[in-house]
Write a protein that binds this ligand. Structure first.
Ligand code: ZN
Ligand code: FE
Length: 270
């Protein structure tokens, strides 16, 4: 599915999205829409059960993004508390996930109304990693639950995929509308920002954003979600094709994927 052809229904009722901090720096999310409540990733059960109970919500579905335990370790306990909850996740990683009631393949479309979502293939961090995209999440635009693929001011480490795979993933995600809200799997924004400033110290948008991020974190507040348009202006991993970034890292005229590979490897050592 070409992502830029997904229609956005501006009249749809907005989804209610709740950010739930888990473990040391993971995020899970509650999504309340026309079909009920869904949970994106279950790093651990207790904070999720607490967030659901305080609202009197019962989840219809758990949507797992990839096989790393910090994204599904709470599944058993969450399922024990909500036995009718449907557990879904990437079919390609089913052998390394809790038992799936629904094994998803890229291109799958589910839900209805505002809760209509698309399963996107986002390999790089792991090979079977999927993201969940809700085109009608708000009157402004969609919501992308990207976990450890596109992250705020960064992207996931390449445990299984190649730099070229991740670059392809990010290029596809960049075709989504600029007002798409990005909901990643971790609060890594501040350290990602320090790296971004190392790569592009003269990027004025980035310098301004760094101050906003530091202020949020000083108050212990999440930096998520982030607008895709702002990510394109400041996240170095979405800028490997731009002359400004290539010049900043001394790689003018080099291939985009090569520049991406360079900054991804640099970040690993940072
Ligand atoms: Zn991961
Ligand atoms: Fe993770």
């Amino acid at each position: 599915m070409p992502l830029d052809t997904v229609r956005h229904d501006k009249d749809a009722d907005p989804l209610e999205i709740v950010t739930v901090p888990c473990l040391s720096d993971n995020y899970a999310y509650l999504i309340k829409g026309p079909d009920g409540v869904a949970v994106v990733d279950a790093p651990e059960a207790a904070p999720l059960i607490n967030a659901l109970d305080t609202r009197g919500w019962k989840p219809e579905a758990l949507m797992i993004t990839h096989h790393h335990p910090d994204h599904h370790g709470g599944t058993k306990d969450l399922r024990a508390r909500f036995p009718s909850m449907v557990v879904m996740g990437p079919k390609a990683e089913a052998d390394r996930l809790p038992t799936l009631d629904l094994a998803l393949e890229p291109g799958f479309e589910g839900g209805s109304g505002t809760g209509r979502f698309h399963v996107l293939q986002v390999p790089g961090h792991t090979l079977g990693h999927i993201a969940y995209y809700y085109p009608d999440a708000s009157t402004e635009g969609g919501a992308l639950f990207s976990a450890d693929s596109l992250m705020v001011m960064g992207c996931g480490r390449l445990f299984e995929g190649t730099p070229a795979q991740m670059w392809d993933t990010l290029q596809r995600l960049m075709t989504l509308p600029d007002d798409t809200l990005v909901y990643p799997g971790h609060e890594y924004t501040q350290s990602n920002t320090r790296f971004a400033l190392e790569v592009e110290p003269d990027n004025a948008d980035l310098v301004a954003r760094a101050a906003v991020i530091d202020a949020l974190r000083a108050e212990g507040r999440p930096t998520v979600p982030a607008k895709l348009g702002l990510e394109k202006a400041t996240n170095p991993f979405l800028r490997a094709h731009l002359d400004t970034l290539k010049n900043a890292v001394g790689m003018a005229k080099r291939e985009d994927a090569e520049v991406f590979a360079h900054i991804r490897a640099w970040k690993d050592r940072f």
